[in-house]
Design a protein around this ligand. Structure first.
Ligand SMILES: Nc1nc2c(ncn2[C@@H]2O[C@H](COP(=O)(O)OP(=O)(O)OP(=O)(O)O)[C@@H](O)[C@H]2O)c(=O)[nH]1
Length: 595
């Protein structure tokens, strides 16, 4: 175990984690050049297209130091705030973390958040100033900011360029020196933390585990502590190698396959032990993040429902931050209420469902969860506006408030304060540092989750960064808008919004529906209501069939008769006929919320 080092690579988005990981692999000769053809670690198609890391990836490489050979297990983690769940899980498997900071860009919000996360787990943090080759790199000032803002010493930091390879050998030496080897005892009963899982078409469920005590070998019977689940290990090994090993030892990170083809439960975060000689205690679980908003997914083809359910299960196996439960809409039928950490998380899951599983979806408007206090004092949590009781029965609605930390170069501060105020933010603190300002605001989560981040990036030319956590529920003047199409309430279009925005949002929704709604043989009223009062309305005009076209000449009374007959017929259709609502209407509500 003395020659093993387990560490995560953490940073703000784009500071160079994946490039550095590739460079480490290349220098240690872990993979062939062919395998290195593109960034090895950002391997999901979506990751290549978007140029971001979505899934944490674990790799073992051998580093031949002067005297000994070391086994380095490292995990490249995502930098985007929407994937912080992945980061927390990776950190739980390690003794150390490389904190990568772009020496030109400086400290950013996720640099701080990820580093605090690592320090809270008692990990040894090794600061690395990357992109030292850039002409505008300023390692001295950035070092001072790291010391002041995060509070870690920069005495032993490493300066490098993942792009040119400068400083990488020095970094490897520091990893060996500074990051502790794993503790634990191979003679103790097995304790292994499940840090990730995924579904392989041929092999079934694969678990990625970190062995904290004992060892595991092929044919071992294992059980999940505190759950009545047992498995038999069929195959095991260490990434990136696909070939099997015979054992995984204390201190190692590796994969196991137990021939599970039907997913019955997600055990990521649980502790595995031996069935014959079990450990009594579970390892500490990692912090689970709460989903920031929920919305409904309905398969466009209702017969895809059970296939869709299976796909969600497989995705959840690989993404424990995804939450879902069955839901039903009178209009759209059976679907799932799903929870996400942010808009990017939603986009990724939706793309994966469409690409990997070929499922086309109707997506409803996202909403945060609210605490409802009814007139009789009962408190309920509601994450779907259509389930909100009648406003007359509600005493208070409490909305979630987030504590936000924004880090920005000084020149953008004016615009950023304006943005926070427009989004109902309350300033908590403002601190000046060498190159950056750190500003804290309490902002309602509903204002934050959809477009705040994009607007912040736009007004700061991409330089400001944001990190936020749930703080509390707070009473607020919120109202529910119901949407009626042809006098029928469309439950999946209900939305909750602040009193001051009600008319504006209602008008936007109605206008939007009008844009997508096809014309029918009769007029279709579209109304937005609060309780029973209409606050916005539009009408989709009928498609008028020219019934008098064959009536030549000037017989006025004949023409009138025909038109009246047509009117009676249309009235009947309107009352009994149903309108068809195109799926785009539901998805387009997301765009409204983003405005
Ligand atoms: N000049 C220079 N560019 C670098 C260096 N390291 C990385 N880059 C570039 O910075 C950009 C972001 O690098 P990535 O490795 O994808 O960053 P990341 O931190 O993994 O990003 P996420 O995975 O999205 O969190 C890419 O265009 C890299 O080529 C470096 O040392 N010098």
């Amino acid at each position: 175990m003395k020659n093993i080092r387990n560490f995560s690579i953490i940073a703000h988005v784009d500071h160079g984690k994946s490039t550095l990981s590739d460079r480490l692999i290349q220098i240690c000769g872990g993979l062939s050049l062919r395998e290195m053809s593109s960034q090895v670690l950002d391997s999901m198609d979506l990751e290549r297209e978007r140029g971001i890391t979505i899934k944490a990836q674990s790799v073992m490489i051998k580093y031949k130091a002067k005297i000994k050979t070391y086994f380095l297990n490292f995990i490249d983690t995502p930098g985007h705030v929407n994937f912080s769940d992945e980061v927390s899980r990776s950190l739980s498997a390690c003794e150390g973390a490389l904190l990568i900071v772009d020496a030109a860009q400086g400290v950013e919000a996720q640099t701080v958040a990820n580093c605090r996360n690592a320090l809270n787990l008692n990990l040894k943090v090794l600061p690395v100033l990357n992109k030292i080759d850039l002409p505008n790199a300023n390692p001295e000032k950035v070092s001072q900011d790291i010391e002041n803002i995060i509070g870690i010493s920069m005495k032993n930091s490493v300066k490098c360029s993942a792009k040119t390879g400068f400083g990488i050998l020095e970094l490897l030496e520091q990893i060996i020196k500074k990051i502790p080897s794993p503790s634990g005892d191979i003679n103790n009963p097995l304790q292994a933390l499940v840090i990730d899982s995924w579904f392989d078409k041929y092999l079934g469920v694969v678990f990625l585990i970190r062995i904290k005590n004992g060892y595991i070998k092929i044919k071992d019977r294992i059980q999940v502590i505190n759950k009545k689940i047992t498995y038999q290990v069929e195959k095991l090994g260490i990434l990136p190698q696909k070939e099997n090993k015979k054992t995984l030892l204390c201190g190692e990170v590796g994969w196991i396959i137990c021939g599970i083809k039907n997913i019955s439960s997600i055990i990521v975060g649980e502790t595995i032990t031996s069935y014959i000689k079990p450990a009594q205690k579970s390892l500490p679980k990692f912090k689970k993040l709460n989903q920031k908003f929920t919305l409904d997914f309905f398969p466009t083809h209702p017969d895809q429902y059970s296939y869709f359910k299976d796909a969600l299960m497989k995705l959840q196996l690989n993404d424990t931050a995804l939450y879902y439960e069955p839901d039903m809409s009178k209009i759209l039928g059976l679907g799932f209420r799903c929870g996400f950490l942010g808009l990017l998380h939603l986009e990724i899951i939706q793309s994966r469902l469409e690409r990997e599983y070929n499922i086309s979806l109707i997506v409803t408007a996202p909403t945060v969860g609210y605490e409802i206090i009814s007139i009789n004092g009962k408190k309920v949590y509601i994450d779907n506006p259509s389930k909100l009781p009648n406003m007359n029965n509600i005493k208070k609605i409490r909305e979630p408030i987030a504590k936000c930390n924004i880090i920005t170069p000084i020149k953008y501060i004016g615009n950023i304060i304006k943005l926070c105020v427009e989004n109902r933010g309350k300033q908590k603190s403002l601190v000046y540092h060498q190159t950056q300002i750190m500003i804290s605001y309490d902002i309602p989560l509903s204002e934050l989750v959809l477009n705040f981040f994009d607007r912040l990036k736009a007004i700061s030319s991409g330089y400001a960064s944001l990190e936020y956590t749930f703080k509390k529920f707070k009473t607020s003047k919120l109202m529910k808008i119901d949407i009626f199409i042809n006098s029928v309430k469309i439950d999946s279009l209900s939305t909750v919004t602040h009193k001051n925005n009600v008319i504006h949002i209602a008008k936007l929704i109605i206008k939007n529906i009008k844009k997508f709604m096809p014309r029918h043989q009769f007029d279709i009223p579209i109304q937005a209501k609060i309780s029973n009062t209409v606050i916005a309305r539009e009408t989709i005009k009928q498609l008028r069939k020219n019934v008098i076209s064959k009536c030549y000449g000037g017989d006025v009374s004949r023409k009138k008769k025909l038109l009246q007959k047509q009117k009676r017929g249309k009235k009947k259709m309107k009352n009994f006929g149903s309108v068809s609502i195109p799926p785009e209407i539901f998805s387009s509500i997301i765009a409204i919320n983003k405005k």
